[in-house]
Design a protein around this ligand. Structure first.
Ligand code: ADP
Ligand code: ZN
Length: 435
């Protein structure tokens, strides 16, 4: 099913026309209503009149998380506070949170894009959808909540945590959809098994998972363990929250709601646009937002864009899986390593659970690289030789994928701490900033 066929299936030419009109309007709006933008544009020697076509967008300066911190809390709003009806924030990694303000119209855009996502997953009016993203300042809970309400489904606002109750209500209320982080989905899968309630007694069919990077291998794992179809749900606080993009039934790329959020891919080092289809940093300009429009916001997310028409009939651009964030990338002994590469190796080995933890340190000027990973119950044995052999195979496989041989520690099932929100799977103890 398609929520908004006009917008989701429009010709590329018409889409560009709409994007152009909306972009121009947004540039005008921020120039006249937001001091920091006006200053930036003046410094770059441009006025709104210089943005006539979509291609002119490259003339605009970038914005980044740092700008949101520098103008904390409300410096980037383009409307008076009296127009703001909701505030949300993301913890970020350091220091002050990042705050965004929504007008009533922004909330309805959020509902619209969220509705496109949940409709594409095959959910509708008749379905109970359990939202197990955290509610509160984090956009996950309220974003998914508003999406489900917009499509007319019955939202079950569980928030994260309280796992036993999650399972009980999922069963008793017959939830068909589940929205949470992929790591929490795995946690719930174990809890479902522990509950002793037979799988057939649950109605769960569809998962809307996001808020953190996950691999194709992790999707397979979740689909098997939960017996559902697991779809990607993408979003970020600065742009609106969950609902910036979604997969469709073909699970072959994440469609972006590009009539609201105009995407570009740039080289993360130079900021120059990359060739079509190439991997780089995703940059968004919000082109309908009123409260806090952002122009050319650097997401730090690494991916690529595919403009071909999807089998589902949607013409909206599809984003490839997020490899990670530029700032997630670890440089270990000079080699670039993304946690997602480690994850795909772990998920492809049948003896391992998809639970792992990476620890990097520096001892005597040498980087250490340790990966702890859980072995499945049925493969966990006292026989030293079998475990040693398994370990050898993992190291070998990692060596061929990432070009490094980490110190792999096989640990008992369920010994690695589980996450109920965004998973934390890396501890980089090398403190570069203190040097
Ligand atoms: P924070 O920056 O504090 O994590 P957000 O909750 O706004 O704040 O997180 C947005 C980020 O989460 C995105 O920029 C991206 O890195 C990640 N993310 C969100 N959804 C997905 C997804 N479906 N796949 C991969 N990464 C995702
Ligand atoms: Zn599609």
């Amino acid at each position: 099913m398609i929520w908004n066929e006009t917008m989701e299936c429009m010709s590329r030419k018409d889409m560009r026309k709409i994007q152009e009109i909306r972009l121009k309007k947004t540039v005008e709006r921020v120039y006249h209503n937001c001091e920091p933008y006006r200053k930036r544009m003046q410094e770059a020697g441009i006025t709104p009149g210089d943005i006539q076509t979509l291609d002119d967008i490259v003339k605009l300066p970038f914005t980044s998380k740092k700008d949101l911190r520098d103008y904390y809390p409300f410096g980037l709003l383009s409307v008076p506070m009296s127009e703001i009806v909701r505030l949300q924030a993301s913890s970020g990694t350091t220091g002050k949170p990042i705050v965004v303000g929504y007008t009533r119209k922004d909330l309805s855009v959020w509902g619209e894009t969220g509705a496109r996502c949940f409709t594409a997953y095959g959910l509708g009016k008749q379905d109970v959808v359990q939202v197990s993203y955290g509610y509160g300042l984090f956009t996950g809970g309220l974003g998914a909540h508003c999406a489900v309400e917009t499509i007319g489904g019955a939202v079950l606002p569980m928030s994260s945590g309280n796992t036993e109750k999650q399972i009980m209500l999922m069963h008793d209320f017959g939830a068909v959809g589940l929205a949470c982080t992929p790591s929490y989905a795995l946690y719930l899968a174990d809890a479902m098994k522990d509950s002793g309630i037979p799988r057939e007694e649950f109605k769960l069919k569809i998962g809307a998972f996001g808020a953190e990077p996950w691999t194709e291998a992790m999707r397979v794992e979740i689909q098997e363990k939960l017996g559902i179809k697991a779809y990607d749900l993408y979003g970020l606080t600065e742009i609106i929250g969950p609902g910036v993009g979604h997969e469709c039934e073909f699970q072959n790329g994440t469609h972006l709601c590009e009539d609201h959020f105009y995407p570009e891919i740039v080289d993360p080092d130079t900021g120059e646009p990359v060739a079509p289809g190439e991997m780089g940093e995703l940059v968004f300009s919000t082109i309908t937002k009123e409260g806090m429009p952002l122009l050319r916001f650097r997401t730090r997310d690494l991916t690529s864009l595919n403009y071909s028409v999807c089998e589902c009939g949607r013409t909206s651009v599809r984003m490839g899986r997020i490899l990670g964030r530029c700032d997630d990338m670890l440089i270990i002994r000079g080699v670039n390593v993304f946690p997602s590469q480690v994850e795909s190796v772990i998920c492809e080995m049948p003896e391992l659970e998809p639970h792992y933890f990476i620890e990097v340190d520096r001892v005597n000027n040498l980087d250490t690289f340790e990966i702890r990973v859980e072995v499945k119950e049925e493969f966990y044995t006292d026989e030293m030789n079998r475990l040693l052999d398994l370990r050898k195979r993992i190291v070998h496989r990692l060596q061929s994928v990432i070009g490094l041989s980490p110190d792999v520690k096989l640990v008992e099932p369920r010994s690695i701490e589980r996450s109920q929100g965004k998973a934390k799977r890396v501890n980089d103890k090398r403190n570069f900033y203190e040097l």
